[in-house]
Design a protein around this ligand. Structure first.
Ligand code: FES
Ligand SMILES: [Fe+2]
Length: 353
């Protein structure tokens, strides 16, 4: 039984990672080749030549205009994955085609659909508009995680761990002390977890980037669209400041922390992270600080979750957990993911392309 949910869109890369060089990444256990056509469109197809399985991302495989030429014996494929030329004969076998993946570039991400391509509905891709929008400045990266994706979901749905694992960066005592509220939109399949701290210490992450000194109002509003896209709407403001009735919020600083949680395999994950802000837009020092600081925080999680993966993987007969109030968001996320896994499994068609 696989823990990876099929028939879903997953973030495979940042758009900036895909160009006129052949680029390969394993997504949900599938080795996928990405490249951009001369017109700039991102393509996604299997990274295994149909002839003898040579990886098309491996030199001397190369692009020739809008075709990719296998570096072993020269099978040549178009941007749709269909083979257009083979060596030593004019007839190209009808079945010589690479599996092609539905692919969409949106909000700075490259999304691929894993599963039955006929079920790929681009309107289902969740949005993170701030990552590529005027009025916002974003820093971002991706860290490889040697742990199953569900451990990162658990981690991000419960931010009380900030106090302990990320003290001195983003954690302060108030995060763990303040209760959360959890809501699930069953129809949309979204989990919301909120924690509003109205009088809290300002952690270095926000003190240095915003210049606020003293105590702050700190709101954390999580919005998770399983299986892949996690958003933390973070609001930092002087104590007592609240948004105006018309929705404007001039005294506050807003940070959108976005994670894309993409399984690489059953037991490893691509941990995409991005931090978008609506202040100090052109300040390179603030960008450098937030990039370095957030990456450090992400790596603190990576170290902890890699350890957890090896612990759990060693407990062959399953393991017991004990959940408390802080876990309600994570448990809701698990429930939605299990529901999607059931639906995906039932409709999963072997994609023989
Ligand atoms: S393995 Fe690609 S052409 Fe032979
Ligand atoms: Fe964390």
């Amino acid at each position: 039984m696989t823990s990876i949910v099929a028939n879903q869109w997953y973030v495979a890369a940042y758009g900036r990672e895909v160009g006129r060089e052949l680029f390969s990444r394993t997504i949900c256990g599938e080795s996928i080749l990405f490249w951009r056509t001369e017109a700039g469109e991102v393509t996604a197809m299997s990274d295994r030549c149909v002839h003898r399985r040579f990886p098309l991302s491996q030199a001397p495989s190369h692009l020739d205009g809008d075709t990719v030429v296998c570096g072993y014996h020269g099978f040549t494929y178009g941007s749709d994955g269909v083979c257009v030329a083979v060596p030593g004969q004019t007839r190209v076998p009808r079945t010589a085609r690479l599996k092609a993946y539905p692919v969409v570039e949106q909000d700075s991400f490259v999304w691929v659909f894993i599963g039955d391509p006929d079920r790929a509905d681009t309107t289902q891709i969740p949005r993170a508009p701030w990552l590529a929008q005027d009025g916002w400045t974003t820093v971002s990266g991706m860290e490889p995680l040697a742990a199953r994706a569900s451990l990162l979901v658990d981690n991000l749905m419960d931010l009380s761990h900030e106090t302990y694992l990320h003290g001195g960066y983003i954690g302060t005592p108030e995060v763990a002390e303040t209760p959360i509220t959890t809501e699930v939109d069953e129809d949309a399949g979204i989990v919301y977890v909120s924690r509003h701290m109205d009088d809290a210490e300002c952690p270095p992450f926000y003190a240095t980037s915003t210049g606020l000194t003293g105590r702050i109002a700190r709101w954390q509003d999580i919005e998770f669209t399983p299986p892949c896209l996690y958003k933390l709407h973070s609001r930092i403001a002087p104590v007592g400041s609240v948004p105006a009735a018309d929705g404007t919020d001039p005294d506050a600083f807003h940070v959108e922390v976005v994670y894309a949680i993409t399984p690489e395999t059953e037991n490893s994950t691509h941990d995409f992270w991005a931090v978008a802000r609506d202040f100090a837009l052109d300040d390179a020092e603030v960008s450098a600080f937030l990039h370095e600081n957030n990456r450090t925080v992400v790596l603190q999680d990576v170290v902890a979750l890699d350890v957890l993966e090896s612990v759990i993987a060693g407990e062959a007969d399953g393991y017991q957990e004990l959940s408390i109030n802080i876990d309600t968001g994570g448990l809701a996320a698990r429930r939605l993911i299990n529901r999607m896994a059931g639906e995906g499994a039932e409709a999963r068609v072997p994609a023989a392309r």
